[in-house]
Design a protein around this ligand. Structure first.
Ligand code: C5P
Length: 231
């Protein structure tokens, strides 16, 4: 099977309180989206990338990579899962095989390390289901009640934070997303759709600094990492 990458980049990123979607904020020389794409464009195993973009996105055409022939576009959707589904349909229409692997990675996760990508690819190479990068919970986790008081303390030894890339077979993932969305199931990542369809995705421990940029303070941390890696 071949390997493809899907980058949902059609979010507005309202929690960033910025003048543009967070994937288009600049960190160092490049935008967050370009940093997120780097690892995949550099990787010899990956055949191509589909980026889901809002149809009114004025920023994408200004990026150097918008002319890259390895990158195709898909229309963004209402939620992240719809944007991913649209990208999978573009892959299917353009001839990718049902058994091909697809790695879905957030546009707002610009610090993916090559070692993590390589570990994901090698651990899952013969896996019947697929899986995702994840990080064991470090903090004690509380479950809140509607009144904002603690209802329970969770057993953190079995709790992981789901990161990306998440890697599954094209057709199985497309069907899982379509069916889960059709019944109104809350799909916040690819693994949750696969779980809904009855599969058990494999957790692969990744680096904690593969963070998703969500809040303004995350930019400080990212700029710092950039300056450290250039030093
Ligand atoms: O909002 P959040 O950080 O969870 O978004 C995760 C990723 O999904 C981002 O890269 C964002 O651009 C993308 N997304 C999308 N289509 C949407 C909503 C989010 O492609 N409708």
């Amino acid at each position: 099977p071949s390997f493809w990458c899907v980058i949902p980049a059609a979010g507005v990123g309202s929690r960033m309180q910025a003048d543009r979607p967070k994937q288009y904020l600049r960190v160092g020389e490049k935008t967050i989206l370009e940093h997120s794409l780097d690892c995949f464009l550099d990787h010899p195993k990956l055949l191509g990338v589909v980026v889901s973009l809002s149809e009114t996105d004025p920023y994408w055409p200004h990026l150097a990579c918008s002319h890259d022939r390895r990158i195709r576009r898909a229309p963004g959707g209402l939620e992240r899962a719809h944007s991913v589904l649209n990208a999978l349909l573009v892959l299917e229409y353009s001839g990718a095989a049902a058994e091909d692997w697809v790695l879905v990675h957030d546009a707002a996760r610009p610090n993916l390390a090559r070692v993590d990508l390589d570990r994901l690819l090698s651990v899952l190479a013969d896996d019947p289901v697929g899986g995702l990068l994840a990080v064991p919970a470090r903090d004690t986790l509380k479950q809140a009640g509607a009144d904002g008081r603690v209802e329970a303390t969770l057993d953190r030894s079995v709790i992981w934070q789901a990161y990306t890339p998440q890697m599954f077979r094209l057709k199985v993932l497309r069907q899982a997303l379509q069916q889960a969305l059709a019944v109104g199931y809350l799909v916040t990542d690819e693994a949750s759709a696969m779980e809904w369809a009855g599969f058990a995705p494999r957790l692969i421990e990744g680096r904690a600094d593969n963070l998703k940029v969500t809040r303004p303070e995350d930019l400080l941390w990212l700029s710092h990492l950039q300056s450290c890696s250039q030093a």
